[in-house]
Design a protein around this ligand. Sequence first.
Ligand SMILES: Cc1cc2nc3c(=O)[nH]c(=O)nc-3n(C[C@H](O)[C@H](O)[C@H](O)COP(=O)(O)OP(=O)(O)OC[C@H]3O[C@@H](n4cnc5c(N)ncnc54)[C@H](O)[C@@H]3O)c2cc1C
Length: 366
Amino acid sequence: MQTYLNLIKNIQSIDPIGYAKSRNYTNGAVSRLSAYIARGVIDTSLVLDTLMQEGYSFNEVKGFAQQLAWRDFFQRVWQQQLTAIDSDLKQAQTGVLHHQIPSAIIEAHTGIAAIDQAILELEKEGYMHNHVRMYTAFLACNVMGAHWLKPAKWMYYYLKDGDWGSNALSWQWVAGSFSNKKYIANQENINRFTGSNQIGTLIDCSYEALETLQIPESFKAASPLMLSTQLPIAEAFDIDESLTVLLYNYYNLSPTWHSNEKVNRVLILEPSHFEQYPISNNCLDFALELAKEIPDLNLYVGDFDSLQIAFPNAKFVFKEHPLNKHYRGTEEARNWLLTDSSVPAISFFNYWKKCEKALEKKYSSK
Ligand SMILES: Cc1cc2nc3c(=O)[nH]c(=O)nc-3n(C[C@H](O)[C@H](O)[C@H](O)COP(=O)(O)OP(=O)(O)OC[C@H]3O[C@@H](n4cnc5c(N)ncnc54)[C@H](O)[C@@H]3O)c2cc1C
């Protein structure tokens, strides 16, 4: 885990030019910032501003900025569509054989060594490279015939950067329910980007052959997904009701939010949220570790309504988020690369065009 100060140093040392050339390779110069962005420790706008202060031109950071914009785009889709992102968004996923998770995926027995190894690493370390996430989703949905939702929840469970917006929408993008075409990759492509040289696997064929692939029986086996979160037991605490209560949660663990202000700080972990979107012990521990950077933070395990009943006069303040719609109090905006929230988040490339223009303007005037 990195402290906030270390994170800033790491952002300053990103090589955006090397990043753009190598990010698709599993040994490429990716930033590994996602877990901190997903947990709300830092945001995309801060990342880009910090990097730009290193003296790069916007053209030099554009490739990196575009990836940050993917994150903002998915957040905007989520903000605009809310729980609709839990279902097929643009069109129904085709070729669905079941709504479970392929056993070959959870058992890391796809027969594709680079993927199997990455699945084991995901379960242990909580990270998987973007390209391998795409390969895994492709295998689960487009080869093994799973509907995207259960496998997405499985991956989200293990990812320390688990962010339901990026997760659900990326799975839908691969499965063709949030894109115009299903994503496919063959063994040659996997070998090239993962540095492996495996031959003879099920997908060791041309792209034409992939389109009409017959799935072996062994890949049709599926398991129901049984995931749960073990939330910690919290101690009772009191607050000063004359002061504001800042609400932190799994998506907002910012140590700089209203720092140095005299307020109450409460981290709320709602069982109803984690029942719907379970996370592993590793992810929970990571989040609780990040929370230690927030001074005088009280932990509350329970739903928002019961917190409000416990502190009926409290003035709650929280950050806007699609999962917070039931909070009551004062909502503060999140930071974005493109602050104009009226831009419809439907097509990434239209969104990026607007974002690119705004960023070019912002950084050329400095
Ligand atoms: C099936 C699937 C599931 C995914 N689930 C998640 C998830 O739960 N949480 C999550 O944060 N990302 C998710 N992603 C997006 C992406 O894989 C990760 O953000 C990225 O791998 C994080 O590694 P990094 O920080 O080194 O990224 P870098 O390549 O260094 O990129 C910098 C930042 O840009 C953003 N970013 C980069 N690529 C993407 C992308 N394709 N989509 C959205 N944002 C991006 C991230 O915030 C990332 O930290 C998923 C992608 C796929 C294909």
